[in-house]
Design a protein. Structure first.
Length: 262
C-alpha cells in the first residue's frame, strides 16, 4: 500500500508521508520515496520540492525499529535498506531546493531526512531530536555528519549525545529551522512559503542551492571558484540580463527619495 503521495502545486512538488499510526519510516517507504523523487529531480517544470507528514502531530516519527532489529538479526525486510542513503543524498544533490515542512515529531531518521533538505520549516508544535543514544546506538543516516555542518560540532554533540528534544523555538534560534509557521493550516502556510520561493528564476534557485551544498564540501578557495563560475553563467544568460535591465529601469524611474529594491 503506498505511503507517499505526490501533488503538484504549480512549480512546487509536494510529497506527503502517511503511514499510520505514527509515521515510522520503513525501508519500503523510503524505497517508494526514491522512486517518486528520481523523475522529479530531472523535471525542469519543478522549481521547489516539499516533504511533509500526513498524520497530525507527525512528520516522520523516526525509522521503523522493527526494520532495524530485523536487519540486526540478518532477516530480510521489505524494501531496500540502501535507499536511506540514496534518498538523503538525492535530497541534498537534486537541482531543486528541498523544503522539509515539519508538522510534528521529526526524530531519529526523521530528523536526519530534514538535515539533508535545503530548508526546514517547522510548525509551532513541531520538534526535532536524535534519540538514538537512548537505545544504545547513534544516528546512522548522516545525523553525526550533516548536523555539525548545520549548527557546529558543539551543538551537534549536545543533541546526539543527550538525545534530547529540540522544540520549534530552539530550532529557529540555532539555525535548524528557517521559520516557524502556525499550527493552524500549517500546510497552507508552508505551501505559500514554498510558492514564493518557486516564483524566483529557476536557474538562480538551482545555482544558489548548488553553490551552497557543493561549496560546503570544498576547500574555501575552490568553493569561491565554484560560486564565481555559477555567477558568470547566470550573468551571461538572457534571462538574468533582461531582469537586470528591468531593475535598472525601476531605479531610474523612481523618485530619488523613494527606496527601490531588486
Amino acid at each position: 500500500m503506498p505511503t507517499w503521495t505526490l501533488e503538484r502545486r504549480g512549480a512546487v512538488a509536494l510529497f506527503t508521508f502517511t503511514r499510520p499510526p505514527r509515521n515510522f519510516m520503513s525501508f519500503a517507504s523510503m524505497t517508494e520515496l526514491e522512486g517518486l523523487l528520481e523523475p522529479v529531480a530531472t523535471d525542469e517544470t519543478t522549481s521547489v520540492v516539499m516533504l511533509t507528514g500526513g498524520i497530525p502531530g507527525y512528520f516522520i516519527a523516526h525509522a521503523d525499529l522493527d526494520d532495524l532489529t530485523a536487519i540486526a538479526r540478518g532477516d530480510k525486510v521489505e524494501g531496500d535498506p540502501g535507499s536511506w542513503r540514496r534518498v538523503l543524498d538525492l535530497l541534498e544533490s537534486m537541482p531543486q531546493p528541498v523544503i522539509a515542512a515539519v508538522n510534528g515529531q521529526a526524530h531519529g531518521g526523521g530528523s536526519e531526512l530534514c538535515w539533508a533538505c535545503t530548508i526546514r520549516l517547522v510548525s509551532q508544535s513541531g520538534h526535532f531530536g536524535q534519540p538514538e543514544i537512548n537505545v544504545g546506538i547513534i544516528p546512522g543516516a548522516g545525523g553525526t555528519q550533516r548536523l555539525p555542518r548545520l549548527v557546529g560540532a558543539g551543538r551537534a554533540a549536545d543533541l546526539v549525545l543527550t538525545g534530547r528534544r529540540v522544540d520549534a523555538a530552539e530550532a529557529l534560534a540555532t539555525g535548524l529551522a528557517a521559520a516557524i509557521l502556525p499550527d493552524d493550516d500549517f500546510l497552507g502556510h508552508a505551501v505559500a512559503w514554498a510558492e514564493q520561493l518557486a516564483a524566483k528564476p529557476r536557474a538562480a534557485l538551482v545555482a544558489g542551492k548548488r553553490a551552497i551544498v557543493e561549496g560546503m564540501r570544498l576547500p574555501f578557495d575552490d568553493a569561491l571558484r565554484l560560486e564565481g563560475q555559477l555567477f558568470m553563467e547566470l550573468q551571461l544568460s538572457a534571462g538574468a540580463q533582461q531582469l537586470e535591465q528591468e531593475a535598472i529601469r525601476r531605479y531610474h524611474e523612481a523618485p530619488p527619495d523613494e527606496p527601490v529594491y531588486l
